[in-house]
Design a protein around this ligand. Structure first.
Ligand SMILES: N[C@@H]1[C@@H](O)[C@H](O)[C@@H](COP(=O)(O)O)O[C@@H]1O
Length: 259
């Protein structure tokens, strides 16, 4: 696992560098897109690079998760969020960005179909991730099986409170259920790039990087991934025991190495 501690704008550029390098070498790459505020600067940077010539026309993308039951036109439906934040701003082909169907009559079948679609696409090459204050990735709340696949989950009170800001501050308006890629689904991606900023994420980042691998801190499963990159600002890094070592390592990193 590589930990990079840097200001948020630099983190976004580093993540965008990894996406750009992937697309330049493999134009039909499969990206994994995350919602939440953490990746927004990365998406803005990718849009700038698209305007400078980077094409997504042959790429595909899979979203991490979706609320169950939000109406199709609801602005917080993750499908609509991803459309607004990135998909509509670059040149993905229609239908190239897919997400779990939180409006399906048969949610169990929708989850299985989503797993099959990711597998049929050859798997995700680069997965962008945020992290919840309780250590969740996608919507894999504490207690999630480390071997889980796409399924329905019940959101914790903490996550619904964290996300109430997107629903006019009303916890009651945040759906209780979601469909989410499982931890094993996420772990199948070939490169994981997680972004976290702000003090509220410091404990979750510490547990992710330095805690024991535990379903209580679901992101800690990333310690088992052969190619995981954790991009954090000073505040999110403030609980890291080996912060000085991560800083020195990044300062001494050879230019050719990439993330
Ligand atoms: N399902 C999403 C996660 O994918 C995201 O990582 C998390 C953190 O959000 P933020 O980046 O806004 O802090 O929020 C939601 O719960």
């Amino acid at each position: 696992m590589e930990v990079v501690i840097a200001p948020a704008d630099q983190l976004a550029r580093l993540a965008a560098d990894a996406v750009e390098a992937l697309l330049r070498g493999k134009p039909d790459a499969v990206l994994g897109l995350a919602t939440g505020s953490s990746p927004l600067k990365v998406y803005d940077e990718l849009v700038r690079r698209h305007e400078a010539g980077l094409s997504f026309a042959r790429a595909r993308a899979f979203m991490l998760d979706e609320y169950v039951g939000l109406p199709a036109e609801h602005p917080e439906r993750y499908r609509n969020v991803i459309e607004k934040e990135i998909a509509s701003r670059v040149d993905f082909e229609p239908g190239a960005v897919e997400g779990p169907d939180g409006l399906a009559d048969d949610l169990v079948a929708a989850c299985a179909a989503y797993e099959a679609a990711i597998a049929d696409a050859g798997g995700v090459d680069l997965q962008i991730l945020g992290i919840g204050t309780d250590g969740h990735i996608a919507f894999n709340e504490p207690g999630s099986s480390l071997a889980s696949r796409t399924r329905i989950k019940t959101l914790t009170r903490q996550t619904r409170e964290d996300n109430a800001r997107f629903f006019g501050g009303s916890v009651d308006d945040v759906p209780r259920h979601c469909l989410t890629q499982g931890l094993a689904t996420i772990m199948s991606a070939r490169h994981l790039v997680l972004l976290a900023t702000g003090k509220a994420k410091a404990e979750a980042v510490h547990q992710l990087v330095e805690g024991p691998v535990s379903a209580m801190w679901p992101a800690s499963v990333m310690q088992l991934h052969p190619h995981a990159t954790v991009l954090v600002d000073d505040a999110a890094a403030s609980r890291l025991q080996l912060a000085d070592y991560y800083r020195e390592t990044f300062e001494d990193k050879p230019d050719w190495q990439g993330l």
